[in-house]
Write a protein that binds this ligand. Structure first.
Ligand code: ATP
Ligand code: MG
Length: 169
């Protein structure tokens, strides 16, 4: 068994599966909130991202791992995108998801086998620019394991291959 720590999830690698648990980020949220409240431009940024209600904003930040788990599950179940690691199950409303376990890769392997175009990997906001966000899947493909951000799945959807339409007879 191996345990990996991300900023929003704790991942337990066991057998053929990765069990991704939400982290509850109390300290990080407290520091984050103080920083946001101290500076006017940061307050504006906060409002544009989370709306006017600071309590809702704090809860979203605190449980952002739940949202990322839900997004990964929903995206994979809907699209079956073969560029991302399959997410099979969601439990406890998103506190836990179960993904196929992959093998970590280095930057060189990623560059040689990256499933995405530069428009995706070149955008640091999408979380798909580092080797740690990918793994080698059991089918031999390099796939993204960290695709839970909302803007990430928006970008992935835009680059999904559209099914070929049947030629007219
Ligand atoms: N399906 C998987 N198979 C193997 N390892 C995985 C899998 N999913 C995640 N990991 C490992 O766990 C680490 C953390 O997972 P993940 O990136 O999904 O969490 P995160 O909280 O979003 O991390 P980050 O802070 O990088 O955004 C990954 O960098 C990777 O090493
Ligand atoms: Mg992440």
């Amino acid at each position: 068994m191996q345990i990996k720590k991300g900023s929003t999830r704790i991942v337990i690698l066991l057998g053929n599966y990765a069990y991704k648990f939400t982290r509850i980020r109390l300290l990080r949220t407290a520091v984050w909130a103080l920083y946001r409240l101290a500076f006017r431009d940061q307050r504006e940024l906060f409002r544009s991202k989370f709306g006017k209600n600071i309590f809702v904003g704090l809860c979203k930040h605190l449980f952002i791992g739940v949202q990322q788990n839900r997004t990964e599950y929903a995206y994979y179940q809907e699209t079956r995108d073969c560029r991302v690691m399959p997410t099979h199950r969601i439990l406890f409303g998103g506190i836990l998801i179960i993904q196929t376990r992959g093998v970590a890769i280095n930057r060189k392997t990623l560059i040689q086998n990256c499933p995405f175009e530069d428009t995706i990997t070149g955008n640091p906001d999408l979380d798909l620019h580092q080797a740690k966000q990918y793994c080698l899947c059991q089918d031999g493909k390099v796939r993204a394991v960290d695709y839970g951000k909302r803007n990430t799945v928006v970008a992935l959807r835009k680059t999904l291959e559209t099914p070929k339409t049947r030629p007219l007879e």
